[in-house]
Design a protein around this ligand. Sequence first.
Ligand SMILES: *Cc1c(COP(=O)(O)O)cnc(C)c1O
Length: 222
Amino acid sequence: MAETAAGRLAQIRDRIAVAERESNRAPGEVTLIAVSKTFDATDIQPIIDAGQRIFGENRVQEAQGKWPALKEAYPDIELHLIGPLQSNKTHDAVTLFDAIHTVDRDKIARAIAREMKAQGRTLKLFIQVNTGDEPQKAGVSPKDAGAFIKRCREEFGLTICGLMCIPPVDEEPAPHFALLEKIAQRNGIKGLSMGMSGDFETSVGHGASHVRVGSAIFGHRD
Ligand SMILES: *Cc1c(COP(=O)(O)O)cnc(C)c1O
């Protein structure tokens, strides 16, 4: 492992390129989201300097503390919300973020639609699927995904750009990636947000469009 975050970022990019090649994907097809949660602007700056522009955060309030200034300095930065969204935070989330990966219920879908309209902003939206049907985890159940996607499109007028999953920690991720890929294909969805530090290469083999990598770039989180 490289000693600096920028060095580790370069290694992750190389590994994504190898995984793309090995799974017959086009070069550059997979988008790397650098997950900067718990790290502050001084940790993030070297990664921006290394050319990374797409970042992920899992909490609205934490992101509000560091990203407005960085986004003003680097207008081409794209910020993705990858953690659960409470409906009372929807206004702030739509103001700050460029993508939300955790659309998983009618109340949130409706609130996002309303806020995007009110603010004249269009965010990239991903529906989170709880592929392991874990009771403590957010996301729509795989068996309800098709109906929810349909409601998002027809009832709330949302364009769904992808599906997202976080496989159970104690299971092989591959079957979960395969399930997400199947649900996406069935519903005519192209984007797949899946794969983290420990399993992003596997996810690329299953068609990931976005991988969310944190600790392998920024280091261990406390
Ligand atoms: C923290 C987090 C990641 C990144 O996890 P690492 O294992 O540090 O790469 C990816 N996705 C979500 C939803 C997260 O909360």
